[in-house]
Design a protein around this ligand. Structure first.
Ligand SMILES: Cc1cc2nc3c(=O)[nH]c(=O)nc-3n(C[C@H](O)[C@H](O)[C@H](O)COP(=O)(O)OP(=O)(O)OC[C@H]3O[C@@H](n4cnc5c(N)ncnc54)[C@H](O)[C@@H]3O)c2cc1C
Ligand code: SF4
Ligand code: SF4
Length: 421
């Protein structure tokens, strides 16, 4: 495992690589020259499938509706599927013996490893860390269970994982498992037929507000007292960022205490135009945000996804999914805040402490927490596309966004003086 966090470049002096108001490619990296203005560097354009970009890229034409029809023979029903995507079962679960190097309990990498152990797939596409770093994403085509397990833990930076499709072809791989984010899964599903695979298992992780690696370094410098010793961090369901350091100590920062004036601008335009937080086109989604603290949240979507969950079940502890609170109470404040200019001044310290306490004590929990964050991100991103890429709205915003946000249509109209639809 990589052991050192690379020394920061002079990024903190210069600020993040772009601003929310500045429409830009996600980085000045030479490799990304010539890409469309919205690009999450999913890797497809690094592969021989680059000519299919216009048909596959989620930021050129969102095909959620058609891919759902292909996978499930239908689209989302009213209810939880609007936020969570189509699923046949959902669980709170965790590994009986958690992997200490994993992001949560290690279900994702344990499943990838199990598929190889049982000889069900020939390779697993997964994301390790670049040499000498903890958090810079490095796509890996794993051929052994140990290679998959070595990629446990988040590398919270954009990963060009689909670039590995060339190696899949070169190595004659016919049975493949893929682990990744929803922008990657959309492109993979769109070209699935052309891959000529005999088997494809898609294990999705939820994903939101990803960043490029240099901006990740900058982010950690802004939120932590000791950014270079962070070995693990997560945005927890208790409305705090938890950062674990090399010495085992956990530093916690309330979301409301984030220095937003300094963070304004770290998210790539693509991630702010992304509408599939829950990786709805995967076979099985494994995250955490719909479960109580300490548990993982699993959505089995397709028949294959249900089989994948059964493969792991003997090693799992199964918990209970709960749903507490009322998200509709927080949404009006959120809509008001969205209308304020970005980087607006934070409330005073004591007010922030009170809000943080109330969020922990009275905020939504379990599935209601997941519904709340998903809706907020859908609304924020819809607004972002409308303000920066208005011409793209019809192509990039999928049908379910408008259905999901319908309960807030009146307030949206009142605040933004335009209809939600
Ligand atoms: C940027 C990011 C944001 C996330 N946000 C949320 C969220 O808001 N809510 C939520 O419920 N879950 C979120 N997740 C997923 C969650 O943090 C865990 O990854 C997931 O629950 C699996 O935990 P685990 O212990 O089973 O995984 P592990 O067994 O530790 O395996 C982690 C897996 O994640 C993959 N991975 C790591 N980094 C990347 C990357 N950059 N791109 C693609 N794949 C990667 C690796 O291939 C590895 O297989 C996010 C993940 C990432 C990378
Ligand atoms: S997101 Fe992927 S498919 Fe779209 S332009 Fe970027 S690399 Fe290509
Ligand atoms: S937020 Fe969306 S676009 Fe950005 S990396 Fe995650 S899935 Fe891809």
């Amino acid at each position: 495992m990589p052991t050192s966090f690379p020394p920061s470049t002079s990024i903190s002096e210069d600020g993040p690589s772009k601003g929310l108001d500045q429409i830009s490619l996600l980085s000045s990296d030479d490799r990304l020259k010539g890409r469309p203005r919205l690009c999450s560097d999913c890797g497809l354009c690094d592969s021989q499938f680059q000519p299919q970009m216009a048909q596959a890229c989620v930021f050129v034409r969102n095909q959620t509706e058609a891919i759902e029809q292909r996978l499930h023979g239908r689209n989302r029903q009213v209810g939880d599927e609007q936020q969570f995507g189509i699923f046949r079962a959902q669980y709170a679960a965790r590994m009986q013996r958690p992997n200490p190097k994993a992001q949560w309990s290690g279900m994702v990498t344990a499943l990838g490893a199990r598929l190889l152990e049982r000889g069900l797939v020939d390779a697993v596409m997964t994301t390790g860390a670049a040499s000498g770093t903890r958090f810079q994403a490095q796509p890996i085509l794993a051929r052994t269970p140990a290679e998959v397990l070595a990629t446990a833990g988040n590398k919270p930076s954009l990963s060009p994982t689909l670039g590995l499709l060339d190696q899949v072809r070169e190595q004659g791989i016919k049975r493949l498992a893929f682990i990744g984010t929803s922008c990657q899964v959309h492109a993979l599903r769109a070209i699935e037929a052309e891959l000529n695979l005999d088997r494809l298992d898609v294990i999705g992780i939820p994903c939101s507000d990803n960043v490029n690696y240099s901006d990740l370094t900058y982010f950690l410098e802004q939120v932590s007292r000791s950014p270079s010793t962070i070995v693990h961090y997560e945005f927890m369901q208790d409305f705090r960022l938890w950062m674990r350091h090399e010495n085992g100590k956990i530093e916690k920062l309330n979301f409301i205490d984030f220095p937003m004036d300094k963070l304004h601008g770290i998210f790539p335009s693509a991630c702010l135009s992304c509408f599939d937080y829950v990786n709805s086109l995967s076979d099985l989604t494994i995250g955490y945000m719909g479960a109580e603290l300490g548990w993982q949240w699993v959505l089995a979507r397709t028949e294959r996804g249900a089989e994948l969950f059964e493969l792991l079940r003997p090693n799992l502890e199964i918990g209970e999914l709960i749903s507490r609170g009322d998200r509709s109470k927080g949404m009006p404040h959120f809509i008001q805040r969205l209308a304020q200019p970005p980087g607006a001044k934070r409330p005073p310290y004591l007010v922030r402490q009170l809000v943080a306490l109330l969020q922990r004590r009275k905020g939504s929990q379990g599935l209601e927490f997941a519904r709340a964050v998903i809706e907020m991100k859908l609304l924020r991103n819809l607004n972002y596309v409308r303000s920066k890429f208005a011409r793209f709205e019809q192509r990039v915003v999928p049908y379910h966004v408008y259905d999901t946000l319908k309960p807030y249509a009146e307030q949206y109209q009142a605040v933004f003086e335009r209809p939600l639809n």
